[in-house]
Design a protein around this ligand. Structure first.
Ligand code: PEP
Ligand code: MN
Length: 342
């Protein structure tokens, strides 16, 4: 439910509307919008209360009209937040005019690998370095990541090149170990791990939320809502490929249209991960170019100094020289869209 106030409604009238909503046990959110403020109800409204509340709010001084919101997510919706959200992290802005590059290996393996990767990431013009200390692997016998030591190596390598950091967390314990990491990533497998979503929400750090491979866009935005309703507005959506019709040649299918659909429904920034969608380095560059052309606010790509020796996702990792090539292609595509690379 959204209560549109008349232009010129007073602060007292707006507060009175919020108070009525809150007295009914629901959350009121002020939605700024030029000369007219609106108040959104960011809670589920019991069916029996809806007509009574609509009537009561419609009759209040300063209220123009009360409209019903059709979607289950509220804080994530454009209806509640008409302007684009820009997630700001130590001077890097995701969701503004600039297209942001995030790059690095799938997993943190050792200091030499991280130092070489960090150099390539910086030379390509990326501002944020990725690298997983906690890896969600299909087999329990596969490399699971270095844990706390991996966090330390990621932060050290990135800082020495002046880069920010992002890594995936799989449980609340991981969140605690990531105090020095700038952005927390929720992996595709954990998109609906609701306790984890609330934990990263409470951390207050920016969160990159990957779309699950079989998740609808509404489910993805409801997962974002879990983070937002912990009073953490810094959520970045990441499309990373959905379950494919043909798994023979690519791992997933990049849902290119999802970039604009998510932007239409939501104010949150959207980035594209071409690496996990492709699963094969040969196709990563093309998918990254498609992501920027489709209007993504950033690209997160896997880069490894020696993909053949990688402990995780080697087949989809770009070598440093391929990453440099990709970065210059993305710069040109972004420029054609009047968007500089950050
Ligand atoms: C990753 O980013 O390394 C990863 C595991 O990605 P996803 O969650 O998209 O599979
Ligand atoms: Mn990976």
């Amino acid at each position: 439910m959204i209560v549109a106030m008349q232009s010129g409604a007073t602060r007292e009238e707006i507060h009175a509307v919020c108070a009525v909503i809150e007295q009914s046990g629901m959350r009121a959110v002020e939605i700024p919008g030029g000369d007219r403020v609106a108040v959104g109800v960011a809670s589920a409204i019991p069916a029996d209360l809806r007509p009574v509340l609509t009537e009561r709010l419609s009759a209040m001084p300063g209220v123009d009209r009360v409209t019903q919101v059709s979607r289950a997510y509220k804080l994530a919706s454009r209806e509640f937040h008409p302007t684009d959200t820009v997630v700001e992290c130590s001077g890097v802005r995701i969701g503004g005019r600039e297209v942001v590059l995030i790059a690095g290996p799938c997993a943190v393996e050792n200091p030499d690998q991280m130092a070489r990767a960090a150099r390539a990431v910086r030379e390509g013009g990326a501002r944020i370095m990725r690298g997983g200390p906690f890896k969600p692997r299909t087999s329990p016998y596969s490399f699971q990541g270095l844990g706390a030591e991996g966090v330390r190596l990621l932060v050290e390598a990135a800082r020495s090149e002046g880069l920010l950091t992002i890594c995936e967390v799989m449980d609340e314990g991981d969140v605690e170990q990531c105090a020095d990491v700038d952005i927390l990533q929720i992996g595709a497998r954990n998109m609906q791990n609701f306790r984890l979503l609330m934990a990263v929400g409470r951390s207050g750090k920016p969160v990159l939320l990957k779309r699950g491979p079989v998740a609808t866009i509404d489910e993805w935005l409801l997962s974002a809502e879990y983070i937002l309703c912990q009073d953490n507005p810094n959520v970045v959506l990441c499309e990373r490929g959905v379950h494919p019709v043909d798994r023979t040649y690519t791992r997933y299918t990049l849902d290119v249209a999802a970039v604009q659909v998510a932007k239409h429904l939501s104010h949150l920034p959207v980035i594209v991960d071409p690496s996990h969608a492709a699963g094969d380095w040969r196709y990563v560059q093309a998918l990254a170019r498609a992501g920027v052309a489709a209007g993504a606010d950033g690209i997160m790509v896997e880069v490894h100094p020696d993909p053949a020796a990688a402990l995780c996702d080697g087949p989809q990792a770009l070598r440093p020289e391929k990453f440099l090539e990709l970065a210059s292609e993305l710069r040109a595509i972004a420029a054609a869209m009047d968007r500089p690379l950050a």
